[in-house]
Design a protein around this ligand. Sequence first.
Ligand SMILES: [Zn+2]
Length: 195
Amino acid sequence: MRVVQVKCPRCQQPIYSKVKDLAFYCQHCRTMHIRNGGTNIIDFDIAEFSPNARGDRVYMPFWRLFSSFTINQANVAGGTFHKLSRMIKGTANGGNLFIYVPAWETAVDEFKRWSMGMTEGQPMYSLRQDFNNVERGPTAITKEEAMQLADFVVVTMEAERPGTLQYLDYSLQVHDARLVYLPFVRGAQGLVSGL
Ligand SMILES: [Zn+2]
């Protein structure tokens, strides 16, 4: 496996990375930075594992997009946006929402499963300061790519109930993106949430 060595942009300590990962973490000063053309220090969250999460633990990266959503017109059987109207905090015509986009390289089914699961579930977690020596999954999706996928997540969620989606006229604005490491356990059927 190819080993990449870079310097931490904050403390100048060397960082070694064994896998293809856009996000570099400095264990010395706990700085995360993204190398994608340039070098950008970013804010990030590390979520605490549930004490019940036993097994092969791994942290997987998500872009958590702080978004606002305005429903201009909806013509949906049943008369409303089914899922979004339940989830958004605000008025019936819009509000704010965290959209979660998996940042690792996923197959389409896995992408749908975790983007919808986390966006609908709006995970609650306490934060920790380090990874506690738990493996960290590589980030393959840039912040800009994640922001472009926000629409896809919304449309996919609403289209989950066949026949209900007739016509959607909405605007979605993504204001901010933060890299959030959520806890998982590797099971026989793939990843299981460790929250
Ligand atoms: Zn550092």
